[in-house]
Design a protein around this ligand. Structure first.
Ligand code: HAM
Length: 424
């Protein structure tokens, strides 16, 4: 029966068993970050709107079309965070984290909000896990950031993804390139809106999906060929280090990102089986961001991995991630005395760090066994009045239906051993 309410447009719900896989994906990325020395930062869900306008860039779609902006009761203009990098930079500056050991290395997770047109894999509430490393312009750090993402995907068992890599230059070479590209674009046969974009943000035109635009772009100048010597040797070092660490990548000189802060190393992870929304993660360097937000002039690099899309990628590769069961043991009490006993047995089992649940309500043996099956438990502990008086329980292996009668005092030890055996 459909209720009166539905989730807002473009907002996915995650509930068991799929939510277990969602958490497993989130944890895998968080673990890869923690393994490389990133500390956790909990970012606010909303911030001063100008943090994003200044940080991400006024002419980006994310800021100009997709932000959820609202006024609070004190008349402040706030926005739901569309991404995490600007928020991390703000935390680092506000709390002086950049006055300590550099680079500052942080990771974060959670929902972000973009009023995009919803479609398969494109949500208005999207989930990311991200890392940021601020304060060390070192190619080895670029390689670390990329490797953490690569390790996270591989730890989930993913294989069919590609790493697209390029350099977007710096404050020295990029403006010259922009001008060159803009001049080139303005000579083409483009509509007014695209011409405007060619003046304002010419790199974005390279990303235009329309065939009539793309076919005119074959000989467009590319930033990778216009890098200054510093950017060029920096990029070569990143590529050489990636090769040395066995992280495979595809040079992507036409890669365009939707956020304006990128400089030098820029990358995207792509999963071809996801169709139109194939980007499972992306990131890069942002060497001017800290200064533009009023902080020290420190470099930075990071990534945001899309948790929703990474889960979809796992599903596309038929990977089962996360525990699909809710518990290991399910107690089935039959009769009132057994029901009361089950309450304390449940506590004993959980105290031994075994996930356990019981049949609540008056469901009868059949209903209770069905609940045990649905929970994914490996074992059912069946107690009837007879077992209560003899201080025994029946432990049923739900996998092969074998059954053992065990004294109450031995129940926990028996379960620990039996579960261990199923895991071997
Ligand atoms: P982004 O490329 O905008 O980068 O987003 C990162 C990832 O979030 C994407 O690759 C995609 O997997 C996921 N994502 C983005 N939008 C949506 C959506 N509407 N629905 C589902 N998934 C989505 C950033 O946000 C940067 N802050 C990453 C970064 C960190 N760069 C440097 N540090």
């Amino acid at each position: 029966m459909a209720g009166q309410f539905q989730a807002p447009k473009g907002v996915p719900d995650y509930f068991p068993p799929r939510s277990n896989s969602f958490l497993a994906v989130q944890n895998a990325i968080g673990n890869a970050a923690a393994l490389a020395g990133y500390g956790y930062v909990e970012l606010p869900i909303f911030e001063d709107v100008n943090l994003f306008v200044r940080g991400i860039g006024e002419s980006t779609d994310v800021v100009s079309k997709e932000m959820y902006v609202f006024e609070d009761r004190g008349g402040r203009t706030l926005a739901l965070r569309p991404e995490g990098t600007a928020g991390v930079a703000r935390v680092v500056i506000e709390h002086g984290l950049d006055r300590g050991q550099l680079p500052v290395k942080l990771w974060y997770k959670g929902p972000f909000f973009r009023a995009e047109r919803p479609q398969q894999g494109r949500y208005r509430q999207l989930q990311q896990v991200g890392i940021e490393a601020i304060g060390a312009p070192d190619p080895a750090l670029d390689v670390e950031v990329i490797s953490v993402a690569d390790d996270a995907f591989r730890s989930l068992g993913l294989r069919d993804f590609n790493l697209l890599l390029t350099s977007l230059g710096c404050a020295n070479c990029r403006p010259k390139y922009r001008e060159k590209l803009s001049d080139y674009l303005l000579k083409l046969d483009l509509d007014e809106e695209t011409k405007n974009r060619a003046k304002l943000n010419p790199l974005r035109v390279l990303d235009d999906k329309r065939e009539e635009v793309q076919k005119q772009l074959n000989s467009a100048p590319l930033i990778i060929n216009e890098l200054c010597s510093e950017c060029s040797s920096y990029h070569k070092e990143v590529e050489d280090l990636l090769k040395a660490t066995d992280v495979s990548f595809t040079p992507a000189p036409r890669l365009v990102r939707g956020l304006d802060y990128y400089t030098r190393t820029t990358f995207e992870f792509d999963h071809p089986e996801l169709g139109a929304q194939s980007g499972i993660g992306g990131g890069g360097r942002y060497d001017g961001l800290m200064a533009s937000l009023g902080g020290q002039d420190l470099s930075g690099i990071g990534f945001g991995i899309g948790t929703d899309r990474t889960l979809m990628a796992c599903e596309a590769e038929n990977l089962i991630v996360g525990d699909q069961s809710l518990v290991d043991v399910f107690i089935v009490p039959i009769g009132n005395k057994a029901h009361s006993l089950a309450v304390s047995l449940l506590q004993q089992i959980r105290s031994a760090d075994i996930r356990a649940d019981m049949a609540y309500g008056d469901r009868g043996l059949k209903g209770a066994m069905k609940a045990a099956d649905k929970s994914g438990a490996k074992f059912a502990v069946v107690i009837g009045d007879e077992e209560v008086s003899s201080a025994q329980v029946q432990i049923k292996n739900l996998g092969d239906s074998s059954q053992n009668q065990v004294a109450l005092g031995d129940m926990v030890a028996h379960l620990i051993q039996a579960i261990r055996q199923t895991e071997n």
